[in-house]
Ligand binder design. Sequence first.
Ligand code: 5GP
Length: 180
Amino acid sequence: MENKLFGKPVIHQEAMRKRIKALGATIAKDYEGKDLILIGVLKGAFAFFADLARAIPIPLQVDFLVVSRLRDKRRKDGGTVSITSDLSTEIKGRDVLIVEDIVDSGYTLTFLKKELLKKNPNSLKCCTLLNKPERRKIQVTVDYICFEIPDRYVVGYGLDYKDKYRNLPYIASLENVVAE
Ligand code: 5GP
């Protein structure tokens, strides 16, 4: 049932369920026999992370980090990204898959990859729920993408606006949410 408080879905729950199931199977195939650790980027990835992890039917470990991005249009790199809460697990020699909510300009993911590579993982890839290629400011490889979306601000399924709407069970456009 759609939640009338939060506007119409841009991506429905059922579409996400199907896509995540398929992606989980692909990831399981790619990482069969490897030492996989999923790293969730909080807060935005929490809902996607929980569903994706359960859709990957091979042994794996999970860990999380929290990033904050202070935007500053005057800076060439669009602002500063920092890790406000770091991993609690050693990733040296392991096969790391970053789980992101959305890749927009690409600055956050670029920063994260650089930081995680310093810890010498065996491999480092990224999986994102949403990708906004039109907004990219810096070239960064995203290995697994659930959905590509146009340049508009979305909320729900972990994604926020002013720290709200994360509990919405589907993805909605912020314009619709605020208009109601
Ligand atoms: P990037 O560094 O790639 O520009 O930004 C990534 C971060 O910006 C995401 O993890 C997310 O927190 C935020 N972001 C970018 N686009 C959106 C959007 O459409 N909706 C929401 N809620 N957050 C977004």
